[in-house]
Every structure is written in structure tokens, then in C-alpha cells.
Design a protein around this ligand. Sequence first.
Ligand code: 5CA
Length: 439
Amino acid sequence: MRLSRYFLPLLKETPSEAQIVSHRFMLRAGMIRQEAAGIYAWLPLGFKVLGKIEQIVREEMNRAGAIEILMPTLQPSDLWKETGRYDAYGPEMLRITDRHERELVYGPTNEDMITEIFRAYVRSYKALPLNLYHTQWKFRDEIRPRFGVMRGREFLMKDAYSFDLDKEAARRSYNRMYVAYLRAFTRMGIVTIPMRAETGPIGGDLSHEFIVLADTGESEVFCHKDLLDMPVPGEDVDFDGDLEPIVRQRTALYAATSDVHDAARFEAEVPADKRVTARGIEVGQIFYFGTKYSVPMKAVVTGPDGKDVAVHGGSYGVGVSRLVGAIIEACHDEAGIVWPAPVAPFDIGLINLKKGDAKTDAAGEDLYARLTKAGRDVLYDDTDERPGAKFASMDLIGLPTQLVVGPRGLEKGMVEVKNRATGAKEEMTLEAAVNRFTS
Ligand code: 5CA
């Protein structure tokens, strides 16, 4: 992409309304625009990152055996009345009346609707286990939307729903999501810790929140230090096998959000030098709620013995849009964002230091063409801005690699490669640079 043809509305000033660093950088880097309190338009750079996060989550859901669908944002309120959540959910749920006076809700989550879909088609235990998921916009009329996309009113969530014959099987489904979440977040370049958590309006008695430690996090959390660098299962993990040992290795160590924290247990179980008390951002939460929805909605299957059984359910959410902010909270410096490569909006930022200089333009075009042809996603700054401004913008948007071509270097036949994360700079020939990023 040529920057001269792109839509990247960078802000020079730090927006005063942004209280935390991720919100500031997202506004300054032209990733989002607030349209109403807690409601954002995603501009090209932000939209690319959102798509990359969504895709990583999708790949790990599919690997774990979940099946993708798409449910609507608007739901008939009758479903919510059937489960009793219509009243229980309260003013956070946006209710809409259509021209026929029928009431709809803008979905804050989808347990009710997925249970309706399940009961319409599934009759036998032989179809189980089943896990269906989608990535869809949700609306929650939060009292205090804040911190940009971290606590929005409209936000993108991946939500998965599992159906099983009994509690043991449901536990296996829960474990598959637990491991898939660890893998997905690790692929995004962040460390998350699963912590025991309150279940709130979703219900049930087993839940973990996946937490990124960050000073700006909204939750207060407590955990064992060893959880911070525990290895995460690789691609070869067998989702059809027994995942309990992997889950138990983590759950054996204390980790809890403040809602369920037990100070006495924390002190008894965790040696003083291993106690971590910190703030964290919740990027995902998983729930096992048994028959909370299947009983009122009569989602039953015929079991192996011919008797009807209400299915055991779980739901599993990832805050896809919140992750964009959370990753920035974890990955930035004073100059801007430092994207982990798998979620970076472009692979390489190519800077032409002297637009209009024939030799520099030729080298820039050559690099741009060859890298792009090799499948690298390059943002080519071919504008006539000053070099200082170009460097600052590139640092702000945080692409993993910067490639700089200018008259002075080219005199010696050299271009410069900068690693955004380490700041390390290297001079090399244009051919060497092409080789480095195409092989
Ligand atoms: N139905 C369940 C699981 S599918 C559910 O809704 N869980 S949740 O309430 O915990 O939401 C799932 C994830 O969505 C959270 O972990 C969080 O990362 C994200 N999320 C929740 N509320 C917001 C919000 N207001 N703004 C941005 N992200 C949010």
C-alpha cells in the first residue's frame, strides 16, 4: 500500500479525552474514530488489526473442533423471556421496538439464541459434543464506557457455545476452549493467565477469565508468579485427547480475580516471593453453566438409554475488539505501538527519505515491487513529508520492520533496516534487504 493513496488520518496532538496509552495511540495512529460514547468506526489501520485478531481466534477455534456460524445482532425478546434473562439482564441490554410493535434486543451475548437453534435440530446424543461459534458485534449499554475499545458499548466478540450429554463431557469441552484460548492469545504475542472468576449474568459455577497483566487494567488480580512463564501447548496438541493434565497444571497454582479472591488461601498456598498482586485486562472468559439454559428452553437429546436428557452447556467469549487495545497496553514504548508481528497491520514500513530524488525513488519502487510480489504486506511512505515526521509516524504505527531508503545510503549502495521492537539498525545492500524479507 502506498501511503500517498492510503487513508491514514494520523493525529499530531494527543487527544485529551484518552486516559490510557492504548486509547491515545489508537486515536493518534488513525485506527478508530469515536462516533458516540463507546461506539467506534474502525479506520483502515485499525480494521486490519481487528481482522488479524479475529482470524487467529478463528483458526484456534477450528483447530479445537468448534464450528463457525453467524447469528444476527438483533434477537427477538421472546427468547430472553423464555430463559428469564429478559428481566435479569437489566438496563445494560438495548431494547428496540420495530414498526409492528415487536420487541427486539441488540444481542449482548447469545446463549438464548444458540439454545433455540440447537433444540430446533439436535435430537440425539450422537450429535454431541457440539461447539458452535461466531464473531459478531455485541451491544451492552455500559454505564461507563471508557478507555476506547476496552470498554465499549458496541464491541466485537467471538462467542462459542458447547453442548454435551453430561458434566464430564462438558468439562472436556471446557478444557478444549481453555487450551485453545491459551494458544490464540500466545499467537497474538501476549501472555494471558486464566484466573478463577465470578460468573455474573451468564450463570454457572465454573469460570475462568483470561487476564493480561497491565497497570491500566480494570480488574484487580492475584496469582502465582510461575503462571507468567508457563509454556503453552504447541500446534501438535491433541484436542481429541485428554487435556485435563494441561489444565490442571495451571489450575493447581493460585490465580483469582478480586471477586472470588480468598486472601487466606492466597497466603497459605503461595510462598511470599511468588505472590503477584496486579491489575489486569480481561480478554476472554469461559463458563460452564450446566443446564441453566437447556432446562427452561427444553433443549434435550435422547441419551444412549433412550431417555431424554437436558444438555450441559458452556459459553466461551473473546473480546476481539478489546484485544486491539490490550495488545497495545502490553506492547508499546514512548514513541508508539510495537505490534507483535502476527497482528501487525503491515509487515514492513518502507520509507522513502527523499521523494523526487530519481535514485531514491527508483530504489523505493524496486523494493516495494519486489517485497509486495513476494507476498509481504508493505506500507510504502512515498509522500513528500520531512524525514523526521516520517520516522515519527512509522514509530507511532509500530510496524515490526522499517526499511529506509535515502540518497546518502544509496551513494554507498546501502539501505537501512530497523527493528521497531529493539530499535536495532542495520545497513545492507538493497539485494540483501530483499533477500532478508523474501526468503
Ligand atoms: N456469553 C459469554 C461468553 S461467550 C460472555 O458474554 N462473556 S463475557 O461477558 O465475559 O464477554 C466476553 C468477553 O468480551 C470479555 O472477556 C471481554 O473481553 C469482552 N467484553 C465484554 N464486555 C465488553 C465491553 N463492554 N467492551 C469491550 N469488550 C468487552
